[in-house]
Design a protein around this ligand. Structure first.
Ligand code: HEC
Length: 256
Protein backbone atom coordinates (compact mmCIF):
# COMPACT_ATOMS: atom_id res chain seq x y z
CA UNK A 1 0.00 0.00 0.00
CA UNK A 2 2.65 2.47 1.12
CA UNK A 3 4.98 1.48 -1.71
CA UNK A 4 2.18 1.89 -4.25
CA UNK A 5 1.38 5.32 -2.86
CA UNK A 6 5.02 6.42 -2.95
CA UNK A 7 5.42 5.21 -6.53
CA UNK A 8 2.23 6.99 -7.67
CA UNK A 9 3.43 10.17 -5.98
CA UNK A 10 6.79 9.85 -7.72
CA UNK A 11 5.16 9.42 -11.14
CA UNK A 12 2.91 12.44 -10.55
CA UNK A 13 5.80 14.61 -9.35
CA UNK A 14 8.01 13.60 -12.28
CA UNK A 15 5.36 14.17 -14.92
CA UNK A 16 4.71 17.70 -13.70
CA UNK A 17 8.38 18.57 -13.39
CA UNK A 18 10.05 20.85 -15.96
CA UNK A 19 12.22 17.85 -16.95
CA UNK A 20 9.21 16.14 -18.49
CA UNK A 21 8.06 19.29 -20.25
CA UNK A 22 11.44 20.30 -21.61
CA UNK A 23 11.00 17.90 -24.53
CA UNK A 24 7.69 19.36 -25.67
CA UNK A 25 7.91 20.73 -29.21
CA UNK A 26 5.80 22.14 -32.01
CA UNK A 27 4.53 19.96 -34.87
CA UNK A 28 7.40 19.78 -37.39
CA UNK A 29 10.23 19.68 -34.83
CA UNK A 30 12.02 16.35 -34.53
CA UNK A 31 13.40 15.41 -31.13
CA UNK A 32 17.14 14.95 -30.99
CA UNK A 33 19.08 12.61 -28.79
CA UNK A 34 20.79 15.17 -26.53
CA UNK A 35 23.26 14.11 -23.85
CA UNK A 36 21.63 16.65 -21.52
CA UNK A 37 18.15 15.07 -21.76
CA UNK A 38 16.65 13.20 -18.84
CA UNK A 39 17.15 13.52 -15.09
CA UNK A 40 20.81 12.43 -15.25
CA UNK A 41 21.75 14.39 -18.42
CA UNK A 42 24.84 16.62 -18.55
CA UNK A 43 26.24 19.00 -21.15
CA UNK A 44 29.11 17.80 -23.35
CA UNK A 45 31.99 20.28 -22.80
CA UNK A 46 33.42 19.56 -26.25
CA UNK A 47 30.08 20.33 -27.93
CA UNK A 48 29.70 23.52 -25.83
CA UNK A 49 33.14 24.78 -26.87
CA UNK A 50 32.46 23.97 -30.52
CA UNK A 51 29.04 25.62 -30.26
CA UNK A 52 30.62 28.74 -28.79
CA UNK A 53 33.06 28.74 -31.71
CA UNK A 54 30.16 28.57 -34.19
CA UNK A 55 28.37 31.38 -32.34
CA UNK A 56 31.53 33.54 -32.35
CA UNK A 57 32.48 32.93 -35.96
CA UNK A 58 29.00 32.97 -37.52
CA UNK A 59 26.01 34.02 -35.39
CA UNK A 60 27.68 36.87 -33.47
CA UNK A 61 27.87 38.86 -36.71
CA UNK A 62 24.15 39.60 -36.25
CA UNK A 63 23.02 38.31 -32.83
CA UNK A 64 23.85 39.60 -29.34
CA UNK A 65 23.88 37.51 -26.15
CA UNK A 66 23.56 40.27 -23.62
CA UNK A 67 23.02 38.12 -20.52
CA UNK A 68 26.35 36.33 -20.91
CA UNK A 69 29.70 37.67 -19.77
CA UNK A 70 32.98 36.24 -20.94
CA UNK A 71 33.71 34.97 -17.43
CA UNK A 72 30.67 32.66 -17.70
CA UNK A 73 32.75 30.69 -20.22
CA UNK A 74 34.57 29.02 -17.31
CA UNK A 75 31.59 26.60 -17.30
CA UNK A 76 32.72 25.44 -20.74
CA UNK A 77 36.09 24.38 -19.41
CA UNK A 78 38.17 27.45 -20.32
CA UNK A 79 40.65 28.70 -17.73
CA UNK A 80 41.16 32.30 -16.65
CA UNK A 81 43.91 33.17 -19.13
CA UNK A 82 41.97 31.64 -22.04
CA UNK A 83 38.89 33.67 -21.06
CA UNK A 84 40.96 36.85 -20.82
CA UNK A 85 42.31 36.19 -24.32
CA UNK A 86 38.82 35.44 -25.72
CA UNK A 87 37.42 38.66 -24.21
CA UNK A 88 40.35 40.74 -25.43
CA UNK A 89 39.66 39.75 -29.06
CA UNK A 90 36.92 42.42 -28.92
CA UNK A 91 36.95 46.06 -27.93
CA UNK A 92 34.35 48.28 -26.31
CA UNK A 93 33.87 52.01 -25.83
CA UNK A 94 33.97 52.43 -22.06
CA UNK A 95 31.86 55.37 -20.88
CA UNK A 96 33.43 55.19 -17.42
CA UNK A 97 37.01 55.48 -18.57
CA UNK A 98 37.87 58.82 -20.12
CA UNK A 99 41.02 60.05 -21.79
CA UNK A 100 42.54 63.41 -20.83
CA UNK A 101 40.20 65.23 -23.23
CA UNK A 102 37.19 63.66 -21.51
CA UNK A 103 36.35 61.32 -24.40
CA UNK A 104 35.33 57.72 -23.56
CA UNK A 105 38.17 55.34 -24.46
CA UNK A 106 38.02 52.25 -26.59
CA UNK A 107 39.62 49.36 -24.71
CA UNK A 108 39.95 45.57 -25.08
CA UNK A 109 37.05 43.71 -23.43
CA UNK A 110 37.47 42.04 -20.03
CA UNK A 111 36.05 38.80 -18.58
CA UNK A 112 33.46 40.85 -16.65
CA UNK A 113 32.09 42.48 -19.84
CA UNK A 114 28.92 41.13 -21.46
CA UNK A 115 29.35 39.47 -24.87
CA UNK A 116 29.92 42.07 -27.54
CA UNK A 117 26.77 43.31 -29.26
CA UNK A 118 27.34 43.52 -33.03
CA UNK A 119 25.12 46.62 -33.24
CA UNK A 120 24.92 49.87 -31.28
CA UNK A 121 21.13 49.56 -30.86
CA UNK A 122 18.04 47.76 -32.22
CA UNK A 123 17.45 50.42 -34.84
CA UNK A 124 20.87 49.83 -36.34
CA UNK A 125 20.35 46.03 -36.12
CA UNK A 126 17.05 46.29 -38.02
CA UNK A 127 18.49 48.63 -40.61
CA UNK A 128 21.34 46.22 -41.30
CA UNK A 129 18.93 43.27 -41.68
CA UNK A 130 16.34 44.78 -44.06
CA UNK A 131 13.92 45.59 -41.27
CA UNK A 132 14.08 42.29 -39.33
CA UNK A 133 15.53 42.38 -35.82
CA UNK A 134 17.87 39.47 -35.03
CA UNK A 135 16.71 38.47 -31.52
CA UNK A 136 19.15 38.33 -28.60
CA UNK A 137 20.14 34.67 -28.28
CA UNK A 138 20.85 34.51 -24.50
CA UNK A 139 17.49 32.96 -23.65
CA UNK A 140 16.25 31.82 -27.06
CA UNK A 141 16.49 28.12 -26.15
CA UNK A 142 13.88 28.79 -23.44
CA UNK A 143 11.85 31.30 -25.43
CA UNK A 144 10.83 28.87 -28.17
CA UNK A 145 8.68 25.73 -27.71
CA UNK A 146 10.89 22.73 -28.37
CA UNK A 147 14.02 24.55 -27.13
CA UNK A 148 17.20 22.98 -28.54
CA UNK A 149 15.20 20.62 -30.79
CA UNK A 150 13.54 23.67 -32.34
CA UNK A 151 16.88 25.46 -32.79
CA UNK A 152 18.42 22.41 -34.46
CA UNK A 153 15.30 22.05 -36.64
CA UNK A 154 15.45 25.73 -37.59
CA UNK A 155 19.13 25.69 -38.53
CA UNK A 156 18.74 22.51 -40.60
CA UNK A 157 15.24 23.39 -41.83
CA UNK A 158 15.96 25.58 -44.88
CA UNK A 159 14.29 24.27 -48.04
CA UNK A 160 13.12 25.39 -51.44
CA UNK A 161 9.61 26.84 -51.00
CA UNK A 162 6.78 24.56 -52.20
CA UNK A 163 5.49 25.23 -55.69
CA UNK A 164 3.20 28.22 -55.94
CA UNK A 165 4.64 29.97 -52.86
CA UNK A 166 6.26 33.29 -53.71
CA UNK A 167 8.69 34.70 -51.15
CA UNK A 168 9.19 38.44 -50.74
CA UNK A 169 12.78 39.56 -51.17
CA UNK A 170 14.80 38.89 -48.02
CA UNK A 171 12.46 36.02 -47.02
CA UNK A 172 13.55 32.39 -46.85
CA UNK A 173 11.58 29.18 -46.56
CA UNK A 174 12.10 27.22 -43.35
CA UNK A 175 10.09 24.15 -42.43
CA UNK A 176 9.97 24.77 -38.66
CA UNK A 177 9.76 28.59 -38.47
CA UNK A 178 6.25 29.80 -37.54
CA UNK A 179 4.59 30.67 -40.86
CA UNK A 180 7.58 29.07 -42.65
CA UNK A 181 9.03 32.44 -43.67
CA UNK A 182 12.15 33.79 -42.01
CA UNK A 183 14.22 36.88 -42.70
CA UNK A 184 17.48 35.12 -41.70
CA UNK A 185 19.26 33.48 -44.63
CA UNK A 186 20.65 30.01 -43.88
CA UNK A 187 23.69 31.00 -41.77
CA UNK A 188 25.46 27.62 -41.95
CA UNK A 189 26.94 25.41 -44.63
CA UNK A 190 29.59 22.68 -44.58
CA UNK A 191 33.19 23.68 -43.78
CA UNK A 192 32.53 27.30 -42.73
CA UNK A 193 34.04 26.73 -39.26
CA UNK A 194 37.25 24.77 -38.65
CA UNK A 195 37.13 22.37 -35.68
CA UNK A 196 40.37 21.40 -33.95
CA UNK A 197 39.03 18.25 -32.22
CA UNK A 198 38.34 16.24 -35.38
CA UNK A 199 34.51 16.56 -35.20
CA UNK A 200 32.85 16.61 -38.63
CA UNK A 201 32.73 20.12 -40.13
CA UNK A 202 29.21 19.76 -41.50
CA UNK A 203 26.27 22.15 -41.26
CA UNK A 204 24.38 19.50 -39.27
CA UNK A 205 27.20 19.18 -36.71
CA UNK A 206 27.49 22.99 -36.38
CA UNK A 207 23.73 23.21 -35.85
CA UNK A 208 23.84 20.53 -33.16
CA UNK A 209 26.78 22.12 -31.32
CA UNK A 210 25.45 25.68 -31.42
CA UNK A 211 22.00 24.49 -30.24
CA UNK A 212 23.62 22.76 -27.24
CA UNK A 213 25.63 25.93 -26.54
CA UNK A 214 22.45 28.06 -26.66
CA UNK A 215 20.73 25.59 -24.32
CA UNK A 216 23.59 25.97 -21.84
CA UNK A 217 23.42 29.77 -22.19
CA UNK A 218 19.70 29.77 -21.37
CA UNK A 219 20.08 27.40 -18.41
CA UNK A 220 23.68 27.30 -17.21
CA UNK A 221 22.65 25.78 -13.87
CA UNK A 222 20.73 22.85 -15.41
CA UNK A 223 23.18 20.23 -14.17
CA UNK A 224 23.03 21.54 -10.59
CA UNK A 225 19.23 21.70 -10.78
CA UNK A 226 19.02 18.06 -11.87
CA UNK A 227 21.49 16.87 -9.24
CA UNK A 228 19.54 18.71 -6.53
CA UNK A 229 16.27 17.22 -7.81
CA UNK A 230 17.63 13.68 -7.55
CA UNK A 231 18.91 14.30 -4.02
CA UNK A 232 15.53 15.73 -2.98
CA UNK A 233 13.62 12.75 -4.41
CA UNK A 234 16.00 10.31 -2.68
CA UNK A 235 15.57 12.17 0.58
CA UNK A 236 11.79 12.13 0.22
CA UNK A 237 11.78 8.38 -0.45
CA UNK A 238 13.90 7.65 2.62
CA UNK A 239 11.81 10.05 4.69
CA UNK A 240 8.57 8.44 3.51
CA UNK A 241 9.91 5.00 4.52
CA UNK A 242 10.92 6.33 7.91
CA UNK A 243 7.54 7.93 8.48
CA UNK A 244 5.83 4.69 7.50
CA UNK A 245 7.88 2.80 10.10
CA UNK A 246 7.00 5.41 12.72
CA UNK A 247 3.31 5.20 11.83
CA UNK A 248 3.35 1.43 12.16
CA UNK A 249 5.04 1.62 15.51
CA UNK A 250 2.60 4.21 16.89
CA UNK A 251 -0.50 2.38 15.72
CA UNK A 252 0.75 -1.15 16.44
CA UNK A 253 -1.16 -1.54 19.76
CA UNK A 254 -4.36 0.10 18.54
CA UNK A 255 -4.73 -2.29 15.59
CA UNK A 256 -4.38 -5.42 17.75
C1 HEC B 1 23.34 37.89 -41.38
C2 HEC B 1 22.75 38.02 -40.09
C3 HEC B 1 22.46 36.76 -39.29
C4 HEC B 1 23.32 35.73 -38.97
C5 HEC B 1 24.78 35.55 -39.37
C6 HEC B 1 22.56 34.83 -38.12
N1 HEC B 1 21.29 35.29 -37.95
FE1 HEC B 1 19.83 34.42 -36.85
N2 HEC B 1 18.52 35.88 -37.39
C7 HEC B 1 18.81 36.97 -38.19
C8 HEC B 1 17.62 37.76 -38.37
C9 HEC B 1 17.52 39.03 -39.19
C10 HEC B 1 16.57 37.10 -37.67
C11 HEC B 1 15.10 37.51 -37.57
C12 HEC B 1 14.34 36.65 -38.55
C13 HEC B 1 12.85 36.94 -38.62
O1 HEC B 1 12.31 37.52 -37.68
O2 HEC B 1 12.23 36.55 -39.63
C14 HEC B 1 17.19 35.92 -37.06
C15 HEC B 1 16.49 35.03 -36.27
C16 HEC B 1 17.08 33.98 -35.58
C17 HEC B 1 16.39 33.12 -34.65
C18 HEC B 1 14.94 33.25 -34.20
C19 HEC B 1 14.01 32.40 -35.05
C20 HEC B 1 12.61 32.44 -34.48
O3 HEC B 1 12.11 31.39 -34.08
O4 HEC B 1 12.05 33.54 -34.39
C21 HEC B 1 17.31 32.21 -34.19
C22 HEC B 1 17.07 31.10 -33.18
C23 HEC B 1 18.55 32.49 -34.84
N3 HEC B 1 18.38 33.58 -35.70
C24 HEC B 1 19.71 31.79 -34.63
C25 HEC B 1 20.89 32.01 -35.30
C26 HEC B 1 22.09 31.21 -35.12
C27 HEC B 1 22.21 30.04 -34.16
C28 HEC B 1 23.02 31.71 -35.95
C29 HEC B 1 24.43 31.20 -36.17
C30 HEC B 1 24.56 29.84 -36.58
C31 HEC B 1 22.43 32.86 -36.64
N4 HEC B 1 21.14 33.01 -36.22
C32 HEC B 1 23.10 33.66 -37.58
C33 HEC B 1 20.05 37.28 -38.72
C34 HEC B 1 21.18 36.47 -38.64
Amino acid sequence: MMIKFTLTLLVVVLSFSPLAQAGESSHAVEKQNWGFNGPFGTFDRGALQRGFQVYTQVCSACHSMKYLSYRNLSDLGYDESQIKAIAAENTTIDMNELDEEGEPIERPMRPSDAFKNPYKNDQQAKYANSGALPPDLSLIAKARAGGPDYLYGLLTGYEEPPEGVVLASGQHWNKVMAGNKIAMANPLSDDVVGYSDGSPTTAAQYSKDVSEFLMWAAEPKMEIRKRTGIKVILFLLVFAGLMYAVKRKIWADVKK
